[in-house]
Design a protein around this ligand. Structure first.
Ligand code: SF4
Ligand code: F3S
Length: 106
């Protein structure tokens, strides 16, 4: 499955949601995740993300390994999102910030 990693935190552009054919994104306060059992590995979301937050699990950078588990766990806890919406107000500011794992809200 594809995985949403750290660059999405505090941005949440939601362009990924618009292109997913199976509506497998789930929404938290400042981050989205992909349900690993629903994703069909089509790859459409990867180039759509302005922060380059989405990776196939096999090519997820090792520093973000934890996000495999986070996508799995949080997709079962958070509501489904099926339509694009405005990004978070500070998205442009946070887009290129590294090390924002501690900002993830549940
Ligand atoms: Fe949806 Fe395809 Fe992305 Fe999986 S790879 S989350 S099915 S757009
Ligand atoms: Fe996040 Fe990128 Fe989607 S910032 S909401 S993974 S388009």
């Amino acid at each position: 499955a594809y995985v949403v990693a750290e660059p999405c935190i505090k941005c949440k552009y939601t362009d990924c949601v618009e292109v997913c054919p199976v509506d497998c994104f789930y929404e938290g306060p400042n981050f989205l995740v992909i349900h690993p059992d629903e994703c069909i590995d089509c790859g459409a979301c990867e180039p759509a993300c302005p922060t380059k937050a989405i990776f196939p699990e096999e090519s997820l950078p090792a520093k973000w390994n934890e996000y495999v588990q986070l996508n799995s766990e949080l997709s079962k806890a958070w509501p489904n999102i099926t339509e694009k919406k405005d990004p978070l107000p500070e998205a442009e500011e946070w887009k290129d910030v590294e090390e924002k794992r501690d900002k993830l809200e549940r």
